[in-house]
Ligand binder design. Structure first.
Ligand SMILES: *[C@@H]1O[C@H](CO)[C@@H](O)[C@H](O)[C@H]1NC(C)=O
Ligand SMILES: *[C@@H]1O[C@H](CO)[C@@H](O)[C@H](O)[C@H]1NC(C)=O
Length: 176
């Protein structure tokens, strides 16, 4: 009986993931992308000037945690969607259409992470030299700090649980 429940859960989980392109659908992207690479002359050396725009972040260990990485990837998916849906002209309209379809599916399955990325962008864009924004910010200041404090308390509790043998009095004093 227990194994039947396990099998059911396993199948339920695998099928709920089934919407995301994989296998042949994912494989087909490679061919479409190759065509765009030819169209955009990506093998010319000037493309590399100034470094990469997405790969740098993907390689960065900052983004190795799965749920955080999803936020980063969601933002990249969204930018590729913008790029392809704003192309005025292309020699490969069919490939572009196919890629947009796949990206659309990814966008839906990453929609929650995309919302998180949008929140961050919205906050990053706040003009802190604007008096009205400054007044709002000062109004909310203590509430924000309370949340920061809550997170810090949680984090300390977690790290104490992971190092129960470390006595509190050996905590380094940042002031020396
Ligand atoms: C790619 O190269 C061709 C031939 O030199 C040129 O006509 C075309 O405008 C280039 N495309 C891009 C996107 O730079
Ligand atoms: C694309 O088209 C829009 C208007 O249709 C125009 O404003 C824009 O400059 C075009 N972009 C390119 C890269 O040709």
């Amino acid at each position: 009986m227990v194994w039947k429940i396990c099998l059911f859960l396993f199948l339920a989980i695998s099928y709920s993931d089934g919407r995301v392109p994989s296998g042949p659908l994912f494989e087909s992207m490679k061919e479409h992308i190759s065509k765009l690479q030819r169209e955009f002359n990506t093998s010319q050396p000037d493309v590399a000037e100034g470094g990469s725009i997405f790969r740098t972040h993907l390689k960065n260990a900052l983004w190795s945690q799965a749920h955080e990485r999803k936020i980063l990837l969601a933002q990249m998916i969204s930018k590729y969607w913008d790029l392809l849906t704003n192309l005025n002209s292309t020699q490969n309209p069919k490939d572009v259409r196919n890629l947009v379809e796949v990206l659309q599916v990814y966008k839906e399955s990453y929609s929650e992470s995309l919302k998180k990325a949008k929140d961050l962008i919205e906050i990053a864009k706040l003009p802190m030299d604007n008096v009205k924004i400054q007044r709002k910010a000062i109004t909310e200041f203590y509430d924000v700090m309370l949340e920061v404090n809550k997170e810090e308390v949680k984090r300390k509790r977690r790290s104490r649980r992971h190092n129960p043998s470390v006595p509190m009095r050996y905590k380094p004093n940042p002031r020396g």
